[in-house]
Design a protein around this ligand. Sequence first.
Ligand code: ZN
Ligand code: ZN
Ligand code: ZN
Length: 170
Amino acid sequence: MGKLDEAAFEKVIAACKCGVSAFEVHSYIDRALGVMLGERNDDGRWTHDGEKFIDGVFEITCIACRQHAFSSDDCPRCHREGGLADTKVMSRLAVPKRCPACKGTEMTVSGFAPAVVRTGAAKRPQPTPVALLGEPGFHVVQILCDSCDWVALAEGCPLCGSSGPLRARP
Ligand SMILES: [Zn+2]
Ligand SMILES: [Zn+2]
Ligand SMILES: [Zn+2]
């Protein structure tokens, strides 16, 4: 379980101490995309559900007064203390230009992207990614070759690089 469950999350975003109920919610969530020769073919798409969004939340900021309604410095994936700072770097698992097995050039990558959502009146239907593949903060979890069965997986915690253990996600 993440730092917040659904009930705790709903409580936090109900209203700020200043009376406004519009927040920026920062979370690490699942994103998949197509890659060719190590570069992204597209910006990708979200593959998380609502529970996973809440599970990855590490900061909730009031849009009006900028106070944190919630924040955690721990890694959002493994809960290692202070681990959040270690997630703002380049992905530790890099995508090869060609498949090491079949030399294919196209792969499907899944990973974690930092994302922001606005609640309240300015709510948008989809989270906005803060980093995409190839930018600090985006972390590759799994690479699948589109032409053969070659697979690469991140070792340990894909977000902060610690050896784990990973906690269960909803
Ligand atoms: Zn406020
Ligand atoms: Zn291959
Ligand atoms: Zn971690």
